[in-house]
Write a protein that binds this ligand. Sequence first.
Ligand SMILES: Cc1ncc(C[n+]2csc(CCOP(=O)(O)OP(=O)(O)O)c2C)c(N)n1
Length: 628
Amino acid sequence: MKKLGNLLLSKKPFREIVMGNTALVRAMIESGTEVITSYPGSPTPEIASSISSIEIAKRPFYFEFSTNEKVAMEIAYGAAINGQLSAVFFKSVGLNVASDTFMQLSLMNIIGGMVVILGDDPGLHSSQNEQDNRHYAKMSYTPLLEPSSPQEAYDYYLEAAALAKKKHIPVLLRLTTHVCHTKQKVSFSSWDGDAEKKESLFHSTNGPYIPITSKVIPMKTRALTNISSIENDGIADSFATLVNNSNKKQGIITMGMPFLSLLDVLSNIDSPPDILKLGMTYPLPKQKVIDFLKDHEEIKILEELDSEIEQMIKAFAFDDALTGLKIMGKQNIEDWIGEYTPEKITLMLSSIWPEMVKHLIPETRKGTLKPRPPQLCPGCGHRSAFHAIKKALKEEDITVADIGCHTLGHLPPYNMGEVLMCMGASPAIASGLSLNRGSRNIIAFMGDSTFYHAAMPSVVNALFNNHDFTMILMENGTTAMTGHQDNPSSGKNFNEPAEKIPIRKVLEGFGVQHIFEIDTYKQKELTSIVKEAVSLKGFSVIIAKHPCMLKLTRQNRKKKSHSLKHVEINHNLCQMHKDCIEDFACPSFSISDNGQIQVNKDLCIGDGSCRQTCPISAINYPSEEKTI
Ligand SMILES: Cc1ncc(C[n+]2csc(CCOP(=O)(O)OP(=O)(O)O)c2C)c(N)n1
């Protein structure tokens, strides 16, 4: 990692195989970005991992993981109106959280410039929806760049930063999962390494910064004027590339990852269609698009997710009264869903131009890899919690999940969490459910990062409006789902040790009357605490804590003295109740060919949380094995 850090700080130009997320960090350094903020979410956390490879004292910028995306964006904005070039990055749905702030950004005179990096997730590799954030660009009058490769992620960041600085605006840089995670040999430029320390430049007269009713119209006019100048002054044009220019009949307009898939598909075709590859997709390079339309008889638009570009292009054709031209965008529901892989593009093209691609229709991929369903890790405290909580609840009780590793509790055999929405939503949804709960108990689950991210207002609301349910706060001291980023209950931030903000004290400060706290490995006690909590009138909270065992095991493995324990089944005792497999469901257990329960030593971390689940204590550590 240190090697990567040194490379990222190299003053000389270099070429290196890196993923898109890492290429961005070098671009941040070269462009003189001074403040970078984020909240973790796939596919972007590796931007932070790359940052962490640079020694703190040598980082030419400030970086923090903030408590949520809105806070992250506001910090970046604050820095940018003080003259510092800033960037904020997060996953697709992060923009929903940040949108209340984001929608005003283009109204302000952001003197330092600001780049908003989005990790959209077509194909839902790790998200709760497949939202297409390009809508936000149009909605907020913010220019939008869409790189298709790590090289372009780097190039476009530099362009985005330059544009943001020049026009004092926010610029959106939208990457998708594969652009973030693909590796490519990227050519980087030099860096002079002399980040000049600027003075604090904020002054209210630099504004406008106050979007109150009477002042917004000129601010909006300025935002629209900026967009119009980017469209008309050749800036959007400079990101458009014509690939092939020899097919007067068929043309394809595309961008981002679909462009790369398309190149794959067309590599074997003798007379491929012309391609107009767009880099800026809002505003569109209008004249270039119109010229391309005029030059062809049939146009296919290939864009993942929604029909953003298609609608704009069809409007251009209409306004320009282009006739005799066929523009083909989305043709069926599948076209709106998932990544545009080479296979998908081949199928799409074969339905419109069968002659062209008939020899390319791929064989349906045979499933050679066994699907690996998501599951809680061996030793996960959440598993112990769900196992214990289930014992305390009645069949008709209602459990509301939240976002995090603990979401996996909805899977069998736990079936804990029958409703899920977005980060921090469970307490308020539980409040709504509790309004007519009858004799049913309502339980909301919550992770610690999520508590600080978006749940506190609904916890306060539960108290304010006297809602009647139990929240189980699964505290593992980290943001586990996205790769163990620190959060306010971790006792450190990205850069240094930080005062741990104890959830219990926060809840006490809010005035929660019924707070229980227990280690989730104490399953019996947890079961009785849940029974007690749900029997109480009003809002109660159980802090069900246990450190994230994946994180802990990794840390321990680095220690030389560490030796890994495993549990074993005492086959003399085992009566095949199978609670360890069927109820507790630790992936370390399975049935062997001879019909006995076996422990997979590659998976077992020896935590022993399973031992209490066996009714006849047949799970032991080797040294304590009992015989009948
Ligand atoms: C608005 C938003 N931002 C980020 C994410 C990505 N994300 C998924 S789970 C999660 C955090 C989970 O951490 P925590 O609540 O502590 O639960 P744990 O995974 O540790 O159990 C995040 C940040 C998201 N889904 N939505």
